[in-house]
Design a protein around this ligand. Structure first.
Ligand SMILES: [Zn+2]
Length: 168
């Protein structure tokens, strides 16, 4: 059976689905599995080939990962403006502490409302959190709920941020 082309499936290919299983065939014939950054680098360098098993309801299909650019973007190895809504630049942000904080709260995190005046949108909180960590040292909680609301002044986001890292 010939493997199918993941590139032909395009953006709908389930690169990050939990059920997608990656197989790496190294140029010395070794077969390993996994989808980490090192595997991507080897595949880009032509030192191995990546395949993925996409399990279906009745049968599974073997795909060749032949669009490594798309693969790297889906895995977050390479920045993707379309998926994340975020440019790779220093963001211009305005933020205020959200009202209604319990003064007795001992949580090290506070809620803020944030707007991005640089024109970016947050589609992927993990990417935004790591950018803000780099740019301002903020520690944004990524394991809790966050939200956005759109109004006449644009979109604002409610986020939880470790208070100390905001300098307040
Ligand atoms: Zn921006």
């Amino acid at each position: 059976m010939e493997p199918r082309s993941a590139a032909a499936v395009g953006i709908d290919f389930p690169y990050t689905a939990r059920t997608t299983c990656y197989i790496e065939i190294h140029d010395d014939g070794r077969v390993t599995h996994g989808d980490d950054r090192a595997a991507c680098a080897r595949a880009v360098a032509g030192k191995s080939r990546l395949f993925a098993v996409w399990p279906g309801e009745w049968s599974s299909h073997l795909f060749m990962i032949d669009d490594l650019d798309e693969y790297a973007k889906a895995q977050g190895i390479k920045h993707d403006q379309n998926r994340t809504g975020l440019e790779e630049h220093v963001h211009d942000v305005e933020w205020t502490e959200a009202t209604g904080r319990n003064p007795n709260s001992r949580s090290p995190y506070i809620s803020i409302r944030l707007t991005l005046t640089c024109g970016c949108e947050i589609h992927d909180l993990g990417t935004f959190a790591s950018q803000m960590q780099e740019q301002r040292g903020w520690a944004i909680a990524t394991s809790v709920g966050w939200g956005s609301s759109s109004g006449p002044e644009g979109t604002s986001y409610s986020l939880r941020v470790r208070r100390k890292t905001l300098g307040i």
